[in-house]
Design a protein around this ligand. Structure first.
Ligand SMILES: [Zn+2]
Length: 220
């Protein structure tokens, strides 16, 4: 199934670390509320984060696993806060808290508390601190699979998987339609390949050799 595709089933290994310039700037311009994220005064830090994620994150949304449109897309993708920026302003620029996601997953995400201990002052250092599948700590396919009939489902009904499916509305109609289309396209492709093979089987040796030679000519 598409989720287990190795390109899509990644765990992020590196996160953006604030550099000295960022740290000095944030000390001089402290964050006051969740909406500060959208203020132009922080834009240059956000641009650095976006650049870093576009370069280092595989080009698939860490939630719905569809392809992200990266360069030249005029900020088509969103920087998602795994712990909501309004719940915890102190994690607003924390590297492990930031991933590039498709705009739908980002805007569908509700403000539900993704932290196991919502009163914590420190960003948890491992998977156990989070109620959702965390792209820096968890392998998606360990928690979630895709069923053609029922959509995204939690492996053995586990909580992290269920919470993630709920928080990002992974079974939203539009996404289901897109994935079904992708899956259908794939099966059409393989039936086309099967048709070609069937056709080859009807040919004699000389015709097969001619066809193979012309295919090689086209491809190589
Ligand atoms: Zn997505």
């Amino acid at each position: 199934m598409f989720i287990k595709n190795t390109e899509r089933d990644y765990v992020l290994e590196v996160s953006y670390e604030l550099d000295e310039e960022d740290i000095r700037y944030l000390e001089a311009n402290p964050i006051e509320e969740g909406d500060d994220w959208y203020k132009s005064k922080y834009k240059f830090i956000k641009d650095k984060i976006r650049n870093f994620l576009e370069t280092n994150q595989p080009q698939f949304c860490p939630f719905c696993r569809t392809k992200l449109e990266i360069h030249g897309s005029n900020y088509y993708n969103h920087i998602e806060h795994l712990v909501s920026k309004s719940n915890k302003i102190k994690f607003m620029f924390k590297g492990n808290n930031l991933v590039l996601s498709c705009p739908c997953c980002n805007s569908k995400k509700n403000q539900s508390d993704t932290l196991v201990d919502s009163s914590t002052e420190f960003y948890p250092l491992n998977s156990g601190g989070f109620n959702i599948v965390h792209p820096y700590f968890d392998k998606f396919s360990d928690y979630i699979f895709y069923d053609e009939a029922d959509g995204f489902k939690a492996v053995d009904g586990n909580n992290k998987g269920s919470n993630t499916i709920g928080a990002y509305s992974l079974n939203r109609i539009k996404l289901r339609e897109k994935l079904e289309k992708d899956i259908l396209n794939k099966s059409n492709t393989s039936s086309t390949a099967q048709d070609v093979l069937n056709l080859i089987n009807t040919m004699d040796k000389e015709e097969q050799d001619k066809l193979i030679a012309s295919i090689k000519d086209k491809i190589l």
